[in-house]
Design a protein around this ligand. Structure first.
Ligand SMILES: CC(=O)N[C@H]1[C@@H](OP(=O)(O)OP(=O)(O)OC[C@H]2O[C@@H](n3ccc(=O)[nH]c3=O)[C@H](O)[C@@H]2O)O[C@H](CO)[C@@H](O)[C@@H]1O[C@H](C)C(=O)N[C@@H](C)C(=O)N[C@H](CCC(=O)O)C(=O)O
Ligand SMILES: Nc1ncnc2c1ncn2[C@@H]1O[C@H](COP(=O)(O)OP(=O)(O)OP(=O)(O)O)[C@@H](O)[C@H]1O
Ligand SMILES: N[C@H](CCC[C@H](N)C(=O)O)C(=O)O
Ligand SMILES: [Mg+2]
Length: 489
């Protein structure tokens, strides 16, 4: 794209200054100097770890012909230097423009909330699949374009990656793009220069307070999504924050409610729980269908209701919704019951917030016949205040706990475990502390009695352990299978 064109339409965009020629072609946009190729525009961002301005020389030597900055630099021959107030903001604007606003050419569904975004997105995807629509997905487990998988580092990637992926979706003729929209993304302008047709609010509870500092800021970040939607907002009316959302955005565009406790447009009755299934009657307005999910837990009924509400607004029949929901065999690392021929059960789950941990344990309690043994930790360089609360919840709802590591990052794992212990000590539960997660799993398996349920939470689909800034292979599923196979020998 001609730089002239990229800048031209941004007549509205506040450029502070522009030095050098704008009569040149831009072959691509990058914010990472390591990825620069010939004639790219390099946007120097001030990140949490690095100031991207220090990589300008590197970017130029790799072929960048235009640099976007927010801090002054020395002029460089033949280089166009565009100065803006905030380069992260500009990254969003230029990326959206460069890829020609791909989000305008398909239906975009944004899902936000503390828990249930990934699970809801997979239910929605399956319903659209059954309806023979072409679906794209962006979220914690990666991006899916039609049936191609792309790994992602973030639940919601940066604005450049989002637009790049969405462009690929358009090239593959995707009709519906389902996207998890994290609070970080809303706050860090990753979706500032794009809109959504539908916004879904799952729930809000304590998480990411290391970043947002308090619940009010966290809520206000999430709220932003519902000002960016053009067709419908879909709201879990049983959640404490739903009323405020409806008060704030209820008059903007139509909204649909879902829930089990309060009166809602989409609801469930006769819910019955099992170890690996949940059955209920789905009500959408006056229509109803018997549903049997292959997943357990009341929280998954909520996720299914959100998906039903979302797909019903596109005119999808309730019988198709049923087929889609029932087609989901498992969601990677979400309350995943491992197929083992042992006399105890093992569930891999991604609960890493107090509320989700509580929900999972309440769900297990509905069908557990033996003890519930929880293997868990908490992420380093993440909200420290949630750790003791998680400890207390496990203490209150489980029978035995093994406190271990979960991505210590730059923190001492012993310190994180100590924070959890402060909470668990308020309860009467027996527990052990085992820093090495593999040893913790071995301990759980070795000490399991018939009918016990071992619940491993926090790692879910992840395939690595993050220590410092390095990722070490760690596949909980394989580790368990290995331990159990070795026991048989
Ligand atoms: C705190 C945070 O959000 N950090 C994100 C941020 O990293 P950063 O600010 O540290 O980047 P940086 O290393 O300082 O780099 C600054 C600039 O220099 C550039 N650079 C850097 C090195 C180099 O050699 N050359 C170069 O040009 C970088 O490309 C960047 O433009 O930008 C990166 C690239 O987009 C993100 O991957 C990274 O997310 C990290 C991995 C992260 O852990 N984020 C979490 C907090 C997060 O965003 N979580 C949410 C919510 C999860 C959920 O609850 O579901 C999410 O959406 O994932
Ligand atoms: N609606 C829900 N309410 C509460 N807990 C839930 C809900 N859905 C799922 N969970 C629990 O939270 C865990 C994570 O679920 P999921 O991955 O769907 O959430 P998420 O919002 O995408 O999380 P993340 O913010 O990490 O992307 C699940 O493994 C389960 O334990
Ligand atoms: N999306 C969440 C995932 C947390 C998963 C858990 N394993 C951890 O590392 O805390 C985050 O990045 O905060
Ligand atoms: Mg997710």
């Amino acid at each position: 794209m001609k730089l002239l064109k990229l800048l031209d339409i941004i007549g509205k965009y506040p450029i502070i200054s522009c030095q050098g020629s704008i009569d040149k072609n831009i072959s691509g946009i990058e914010h990472n100097s390591n990825k620069i190729t010939k004639d790219n525009m390099f946007i120097a961002q001030k990140g949490f770890t690095h100031n991207g301005h220090i990589f300008i020389g590197d970017a130029v030597s790799k072929g960048a012909n235009t640099i976007v900055i927010q801090e002054d630099i020395q002029p460089i021959e033949d280089l166009t230097i565009v100065k803006v107030r905030d380069t992260t903001d500009a990254l969003g604007y230029f990326s959206s423009k460069f890829y020609r606003l791909p989000w305008r050419n398909m239906e975009t569904i944004g899902i936000t909330g503390t828990n249930g975004k990934t699970s809801t997105s997979y239910y929605i995807k399956e319903i659209f699949d059954v309806n023979e629509n072409k679906v794209g997905l962006l979220g914690t487990i990666g991006a899916i374009i039609d049936h191609m998988h792309i790994d992602l580092d973030n639940t919601t990637p940066d604005s450049l990656e989002i637009q790049r992926i969405m462009k690929k979706m358009i090239q593959k003729k995707i009709e519906y793009c389902i996207m998890e929209v994290s609070s970080h993304a809303l706050d860090l302008k990753r979706v500032k220069y794009m809109d959504f047709h539908v916004g879904i609010f799952t729930n809000l509870s304590r998480e990411h307070l290391d970043y947002h500092k308090n619940m009010e800021n966290y809520f206000n970040s999430k709220l932003k999504l519902f000002y960016k939607t053009s067709k419908y907002n879909i709201i879990n009316v049983d959640d404490y924050y739903s009323k405020t959302i409806i008060d704030m955005v209820g008059n903007r565009i139509p909204y649909i409610t879902y829930g089990i406790k309060e009166k809602a447009d989409v609801t469930a009755s006769n819910i019955k729980y099992g170890l690996n299934k949940t059955s209920f009657i789905l009500h959408i307005g006056n229509n109803k269908e018997y549903i049997t999910l292959n997943q357990s837990g009341e929280f998954n009924v909520y996720n299914a209701l959100a998906a039903a509400a979302c797909t019903s607004i596109y005119g999808i029949k309730i019988s198709t919704i049923k087929e889609g929901l029932e087609n989901v065999k498992s969601i990677k690392g979400r309350f995943e019951l491992l197929p083992l021929d042992t006399d105890f059960n093992v569930i891999i789950d991604f609960a890493h917030t107090p509320e989700s941990l509580k929900e999972v344990l309440i769900s297990i309690d509905k069908f557990a016949e033996g003890r519930v043994i929880v293997v868990f930790g908490a992420g380093g360089n993440r909200d420290q205040s949630k750790r003791a609360v998680m400890g207390e919840i496990v203490g209150n709802y489980a029978d035995f706990a093994i406190i271990t590591s979960d991505n210590p990052r730059f923190e001492e794992p012993e310190k994180i475990i100590h924070d959890i212990v402060e909470g668990i000590n308020k309860t009467c539960i027996d527990y052990v502390q085992i820093v090495d997660r593999v040893e913790a799993i071995e301990y759980a398996i070795k000490n399991a009695n018939p009918k016990d349920i071992i619940l491993l939470t926090g790692k879910g689909h992840e395939e690595h352990m993050i220590i410092g800034n390095k990722k070490y292979p760690f596949n909980e599923r394989e580790i368990i299978l290995n331990i159990i196979n070795n026991r048989k020998k």
